[in-house]
Design a protein. Sequence first.
Length: 205
Amino acid sequence: MNKKIYEVDFDSIDDCRKLISIMKSRIGELNSKSKDFISRNQMVRIKFNSCNEILETDISDLYENLNLDPTPKYYVYVHCDPNKKIALKKDGVSTFGATLGMTHLPFYIGKGTGNRAYELDRNETHRKFRQKFKIFDKDLVVNILKTDLTEKEALILESKLIDIFGLISFGGRLVNLDEGVNQKERKSRYKEQLHKLSLYYKNSV
């Protein structure tokens, strides 16, 4: 057993910082030796690939019994946090969002026609987010992700993105009030991928 003893003055900020630095370094060394160790870059790739696999999963049959508009006039949009720009390769989920056209991290996802994306009065939590932004003289960022969709196509894309980014109530990012139709059935189609996105999922899978 490898033991080391450190004397630390708990009233000294410098001593405490030094001990924290030593412990972080040691944890990194032990992690790198573990057979289960996954590097940060590997984790980014795992999450990014999981997002793409969810996006490519066919769940269209779950929407067949709904009376939906076949006209290709719908789009899917996101309301984003203006204080949180997407940094490519920092996280697999946000990198995936960037490939869809997101410039900032989303906190609300929806579908609509016409001017719906720019109608900003939504639920109470959505309103509180906007109030926080306005403290810094900012407002939410709107990104239109995909246009010319039928209502069914828009619902499917919206649902998958809600599953990927997750509701706040389940440890995710979104303030949407619900997860959409047939959430249990569609999640079962890509359950393994959702587990890999566990950063955003605590209780939903």
